[in-house]
Design a protein around this ligand. Structure first.
Ligand code: ZN
Ligand code: ZN
Ligand code: FE
Length: 753
């Protein structure tokens, strides 16, 4: 029987080759009709045999293109129009927020094959792409996604490209960034003064040659510049550290392909899958210690990624070792995106610049992922992840903005049932960082056509993000930091009602004005009650203690009654010791904190792993690295304060670590024992709190839970106690996810009013 149906497909269906896919599917089932984009929805009119239409309806979802994410296919019967053939209509621009485009995607296998095929007209062309791969949000200026609204607008298509672009049977049909050596962007190798270096066609080969001699090369990637050097050349790596003003923070490296990743590192099968995915993020994998020591000093895991652009593929194919591939910036500044900006700011860092003339419209760092037992955790959500929409469990009443916190800055726009969590922008503690933040914010308001009507922000009045929120003159909703952590995780998992939240991180301002960071909250979207926390200790010298884990160790040791033993372990000068002791005694500029991050700092310093810290989380990450085989845990000691709040006593943990170290136990054992004792303590406190409230869902949030040793142990213990643990996977568990929690809380509070 012949009939006609009108389909509507929702999800990420624009800029992913969806219409040509529908065209091919229709041809296969001998259907007539048309397909078009309408404000983020793909609309299809199809007519033909009923059985064919049923198969068509099924395959729209089951065979969708790689980058598409089909959320729903609905259809209804409609008039038969006796259409012959199948048309692909141009996009119709209707204002809407539901317009979802895939983020940037790494070079697909088909393009990669052409890149190295001598007979192909794009042989060795560094900007090859198709509907399945290539730049997206890094070139898009406005939606709907169309070449004329991208920075590819500057390149007029040659007849060959135009033909492919217009042919529904071609895999580059409507590939907006389509390009070839005749009409597309070009590479250029220049010196730091901007003068062209000999190289021409072979700029990549020359750059590889320079790298093999130990040079530092800045190259323009998808979301900004990278700085590259030979990852096996100790002196090159050391020079890069010195010039970039980055003394310790680990560098990521790039390898040519999976087999090279296996040759140099020990990735698990799960990690290999993520490495080779179209997002091509940095994955933290076990190291084989074959790289220069300076690449990731003190670490047993190495951040590794595969090439994400044809340019990277070409470079890696002429270089037989891993390359350091780190953000093109100084220290923690925002990543450079423009050619002149890079030449100006990286003039003294790079020896040569591999530039091209396609403008990077939006700044995106590389994303960083950890995989454990099949589960991924986003350490940094940026290229190829952001700003994919997150479906809100409860639609936003009004368009909302969450401004995030301070570290790992990111904001979140929400409208309807979508939240757009921005990419990682960096720590918001400088004017440059705030500039990049504003820039990304304005861009995304335009892209998604969201005009916030209320703003959610952190309780902390001095965060630059809070100051930014004040500029709008709109209703403001202050959200407690740890509450936001938990609700962000709830949003991702679609959890409603009351849960037990465990929020462990470095610092967040509590509603009592003190420093929180090891918190247990009974909460729902709108509110929370603090039901437990770590024992509080003084943080000598306030903020400066975060850079000096040894001082924090002394504070914890004094609290635990093992001061003298601890002093024998810590590399503190006499005057520093005296100053810290005076601060602890008088409490001068030494606020009380329940921070888990500071506890990790203390143990790391005692274990001799890290006594000075130059980047956030350094001590905790190093301590996790040295933890050896699981060790027996100490019996948790949980007290109850006068207000009935649970308190996990940290003194036995600190005292045990100190006594073990004094009797010459290894840092590996001490670190392992600390992890398992802390996991036991959290599990115990969570179980007591959950049972009291009749809850069985435990939601984990905060940067401390990037720690896989702790998380694995904790989750096991919780499930043994009959509790279900939830930890975010698509949203960063650290402060990069805060903004999502903020908008959810604000929305729930507005509903309650
Ligand atoms: Zn491709
Ligand atoms: Zn062309
Ligand atoms: Fe936090």
């Amino acid at each position: 029987m012949r009939e006609a149906r009108l389909f509507e497909v929702t999800g990420t269906v624009q800029g992913v080759g969806f219409r040509p896919f529908v065209w091919r599917l229709a041809a296969r089932h001998e259907l007539g009709g048309w397909v078009r984009n309408r404000s983020g929805v793909v609309e299809i009119h199809a007519e033909g045999d009923t059985i064919m239409l049923d198969a068509f309806a099924h395959e729209i979802a089951s065979e969708a293109p790689a980058l598409a994410r089909v959320e729903e296919v609905c259809w209804r019967r409609c008039e038969i129009e006796d259409l012959v053939g199948f048309d692909v209509d141009a996009s119709v621009d209707v204002p809407s927020v539901g317009r979802l485009v895939s983020p940037d995607a790494a070079t697909c296998p088909a393009c990669l094959a052409e890149l190295f095929d001598r007979r192909d007209r794009r042989y060795r062309y560094p900007f090859i792409n198709c509907t399945d791969c290539g730049p997206r949000f890094t070139v898009i200026e406005e939606l709907p996604y169309d070449r004329k609204r991208t920075s590819m607008r500057a390149f007029a298509m040659c007849p060959d490209c135009r033909h492919e672009y217009g042919d529904p049977a071609d895999r580059r049909f409507h590939a907006e960034p389509i390009a070839c050596p005749v009409c597309g962007p070009r590479l250029e190798l220049v010196s730091p003064d901007g003068n062209g270096l000999p190289g021409g066609e072979d700029a990549v080969t020359v750059a590889a040659e320079l790298l093999s001699w130990g040079a530092i090369v800045a190259l323009k990637g998808l979301g900004g510049f990278h700085l590259a050097c030979d990852a096996t050349d100790e002196r090159a790596v050391e020079r890069l550290r010195r010039r970039k003003h980055r003394p310790d923070k680990p560098f990521a490296v790039m390898v040519a392909d999976i087999s090279s990743a296996r040759e140099w590192f020990e990735p698990t099968d799960d990690e290999v899958e993520v490495l080779g995915s179209w997002r091509a993020p940095i994955v933290l994998v076990a190291d084989r210690e074959r790289l220069a020591l300076g690449v990731a000093p003190g670490y047993r895991r190495q951040g590794v990624m595969l090439p994400s652009t044809p340019l990277h593929h070409l470079l890696m194919s002429s270089f037989d070792r891993p390359l350091v591939m780190t953000s093109g910036n100084l220290s923690d500044e925002p990543i450079c995106i423009a050619n002149d900006e890079a030449l100006a700011r990286l003039h003294d860092v790079a020896d040569a610049f591999l530039l091209h003339d396609r403008e990077v419209v939006a700044r995106y760092d590389d994303s960083v992922v950890r995989v454990y037992e099949g589960r991924t955790t986003l350490v940094r959500r940026a290229r190829s992840f952001a700003p994919s929409a997150i479906r809100l469990p409860s639609p936003a009443r009004r368009p909302l903005l969450g401004v995030g916190a301070e570290l790992h800055g990111a904001f979140c726009l929400a409208s309807g049932d979508r939240a757009f969590l921005s990419q990682y922008i960096g720590d918001l503690d400088t004017d440059d960082a705030m500039c990049a933040y504003r820039d990304a914010f304005e861009r995304q308001c335009t892209l998604f056509r969201v005009e916030p009507e209320a703003i959610a922000h952190d309780l902390h009045p001095d965060f630059l993000s809070t100051r930014f929120a004040e500029e709008f003159g709109l209703p403001m909703i202050a959200v407690q930091h740890h509450h936001a952590h938990i609700v962000a995780a709830m949003a991702e998992h679609g959890l409603e009602g009351e849960v037990l939240g465990v929020a462990f991180d470095g610092f967040g301002l509590g509603d009592d004005g003190t420093a929180w960071g090891g918190e247990m909250l009974v909460c729902d979207w709108a509110g929370y009650r603090r039901v437990g926390h770590l024992r509080r200790v003084r943080q000598p010298g306030g903020d400066s203690a975060t850079r000096n884990p040894a001082r924090m160790a002394l504070a914890h040791a004094c609290d635990a009654g093992v001061r003298d033993e601890a002093l024998s372990l810590l590399p503190l000068a006499d005057d520093e010791t005296a100053a810290v002791l005076a601060q602890l005694e008088t409490g001068l500029n030494s606020p009380l904190t329940s921070s888990a991050g500071r506890l990790f700092d203390a143990i790391a310093a005692l274990a001799g792993v890290c006594s000075r810290s130059t980047y956030e989380g350094q001590a905790a990450m190093l301590l996790e690295q040295v933890a050896g085989l699981p060790a027996a845990s100490a019996e948790p000691v949980i007290e109850r304060t006068e207000e009935g709040v649970l308190e996990l006593d940290t003194r036995p943990l600190v005292a045990a670590a100190v006594m073990d170290l004094v009797s010459n136990e290894s840092p590996a054992l001490v670190a392992a024992r600390f992890h398992s004792s802390l996991a036991a303590g959290i599990a115990e406190m969570a179980t007591v709190a959950a049972v009291e409230r009749g809850l069985d869902r435990v939601v984990l949030g905060g940067g401390v839970f990037q720690n896989r040793v702790l998380v694995n142990d904790l989750c096991e213990r919780l499930s043994r106690n009959g509790l279900h643990a939830f930890i975010p996977a698509e949203v960063p568990v650290g402060d990069g996810g805060i903004a999502l929690g903020q908008v959810m809380v604000a929305n729930a509070r507005m509903e309650a009013i």
